[in-house]
Design a protein around this ligand. Structure first.
Ligand code: MG
Length: 294
């Protein structure tokens, strides 16, 4: 029995996509008195000279720097309250679908869900004001030692591993204890890729952009319009103009009426229309096949 496939998923990267900052700089370093320049320099050395993945490098340097002052995951979560975002967030999550989906969509169960897939720390995003609007947050996680302090990376989501979580949304396997590689027929997957929009900010999102577009979903690259160096715009421009990773780029402004919101509105409306057309086609087919009506 096929699932209804009436969920539309908007999936966001976190750092530089929902916020102009990095969560480490914004929430962690001020709380622990860490020098940002020195911290990222040490990470760079591990990556360049010892071949670390950049995500494992920052997780290690954080543990090494904090040493005996290592916090608990609950303390990391509290720091999430300090996060700030691009304009229009978190309000967008409240108002977005309301103005867009019709009563007919509602009646058919068509609805929008939000997800975050980040190479930052899940605990911090879990403590943010975005959390209550988002169905699931996937991010790097620490295990705790017997004293309840963070002690070892439990889950690392590098930019290539981020794609695994698109498949988790696709298959509805949000419980990370389940094996995402288990076979599932396309019509049993709760969120088909065509019902997904992925929003990211740059090269670290390329694997997700590729997967989502190849599978029939939509991708948008966003940039910080206030970046005076224009580097943020340039990396999006490259993704769009020269490498065809994304078809759409927009300033990271989540307020109603912005270029980004117009794109999201249009994409979600289009997906809703397609869901309805497909449902109608299946009903018509059903009518033709029904006994006594053929
Ligand atoms: Mg990012």
């Amino acid at each position: 029995m096929p699932t209804s496939q009436t969920t539309i998923a908007l999936i966001f990267d976190y750092d530089q996509t929902l916020t102009p900052n990095y969560m480490q700089d914004e929430a962690l370093f001020p709380a622990f008195g860490i020098d940002s320049g020195k911290f990222w320099k040490r990470c760079g050395v591990l990556v360049r000279e010892q071949g670390y993945d950049s995500e494992l490098a920052y997780m290690k340097v954080l543990l090494d720097t904090l040493d005996f002052d290592r916090p608990s995951n609950a303390q990391l979560k509290e720091l999430g309250a300090k996060l700030s975002y691009y304009p229009g967030l978190p309000e967008m999550f409240e108002e977005f679908a309301k103005g867009l989906l019709t009563p007919e969509d509602d009646a058919l169960g068509i609805h929008v869900e939000y997800y975050i897939i980040s190479s930052g720390l899940k605990a911090v995003i879990d403590g943010s004001s975005l959390r209550k609007h988002v169905r699931a947050v996937f991010g790097c996680e620490y295990a705790e030692d017997s004293d309840g302090r963070i002690s070892f990376p439990k889950r690392v989501i590098s930019h290539t591993q981020k794609t695994q979580f698109l498949f988790r949304v696709n298959k509805g396997l949000l419980d990370l204890a389940t094996d995402v590689n288990d076979h599932m027929d396309d019509d049993l997957r709760p969120v088909p890729f065509e019902n997904m929009v992925y929003v990211g900010d740059g090269p670290t999102d390329i694997p997700c952009f590729n997967v989502i577009r190849k599978q029939g979903g939509q991708a948008i690259a966003v940039y910080n319009p206030d970046d005076p160096t224009r580097a943020a715009f340039r990396k999006c421009y490259q993704l769009c103009a020269h490498t065809d990773r994304v078809r759409h780029i927009a300033p990271a402004d989540f307020r109603a009426g912005s270029h980004l919101r117009l794109l999201l509105d249009e994409m979600v409306s289009e997906i809703a229309t397609r869901i309805k057309a497909r449902r109608q086609a299946a009903l018509d087919l059903g009518t033709v096949r029904a006994p006594g009506h053929g």
